[in-house]
Design a protein around this ligand. Structure first.
Ligand code: ACM
Length: 265
């Protein structure tokens, strides 16, 4: 399964331009699955909820339509982050395919000032059983809670598509551990560039990567420039959960020993 990671440099609020730039990069390669950053269409650093309300779209809005047109024309799948207007506004990722929208995920673990504007995710961690494989989604800071990747693994995900806007330095290396402990593939796709807005200056660290179930970094992009790369991976490698012939990593879990006082699990 050819997986493309699409590291972009969005300009805040320039939705059409950001989509056009991403599509130009995506046109330059052939893949079965393209993964884009978190909030790739709007940019990240909202000053207030009013700005977010202006830029949020529904799951039948412009961005989902544009990505669906690409997916239909190229017979492929695309995962991307966007601000989703429902009765609340979520930091969402969508997966679209040749037939249009397949599903959305609402970011569960909000980061930093996202707490001021976005609602907390309420859909759990869905896994989509597609012709290309079993694909789960999480968004950026979800990485720091091992429960997110573990839940997706226990639900059968072979690859976690991980749209991100990373500013802290830890995630790219930490994903090696997420992959090793779950024996899954991850495609962490970050953006580059800076957003200095309302006195809050954020620099995004790039280093988008695909990591294998053995913890190998199959490809990693740079920290400064947009870029795209495609890796052909065999998702069935994620079905072997044996660390040794005696250690099946999922069957070896001991939930009875993880119980906390007051059943706070
Ligand atoms: C993040 O969750 N955007 C760091």
């Amino acid at each position: 399964m050819k997986t493309a990671i699409v590291q972009t440099n969005p300009v805040f609020s320039e939705v059409k331009l950001n989509i056009q730039n991403a599509l130009e990069m995506m046109e330059s390669v052939n893949a079965d699955l393209y993964v884009l950053p978190e909030l790739f269409n709007t940019g990240y650093n909202f000053i207030d909820g009013k700005e977010l309300t202006c830029l949020a779209e529904t799951s039948s809005g412009f961005t989902v339509k544009e990505m669906s047109v690409f997916a239909k024309r190229k017979s492929c799948y695309v995962v991307f982050g966007f601000a989703e207007q429902t009765e609340k506004i979520y930091n969402s990722s969508a997966i679209v395919g040749p037939g249009g929208l397949i599903g959305v995920y609402h970011k569960v673990h909000l980061f930093y000032r996202e707490h001021l504007f976005f609602a907390e995710g309420n859909l759990g961690f869905p896994v989509f059983d597609l012709p290309i494989g079993k694909i789960g989604m999480m968004i950026c800071f979800d990485w720091i809670y091992p429960e997110a990747a573990r839940t997706l693994t226990l639900k059968g995900a072979q690859l976690i598509a991980h749209p991100s806007n990373l500013v802290l330095p830890y995630c790219p290396d930490a994903m090696v551990t997420r992959c090793l402990e779950n024996r899954i593939f991850t495609a962490t796709v970050n953006r580059v560039g800076c957003e200095d807005r309302g006195g809050i200056d954020l620099k995004f660290i790039g280093k988008s990567e695909i990591v294998s179930p053995r913890g190998e970094i199959l490809t990693r992009l740079g920290d400064n420039e947009p870029g795209i790369t495609v890796i052909d991976i065999d998702l069935s490698a994620a079905d072997n959960k044996l660390a040794t012939e005696y250690n099946h990593l999922l069957n070896g879990r001991k939930p009875s020993q993880y119980r906390l006082p007051h059943n706070n699990m």
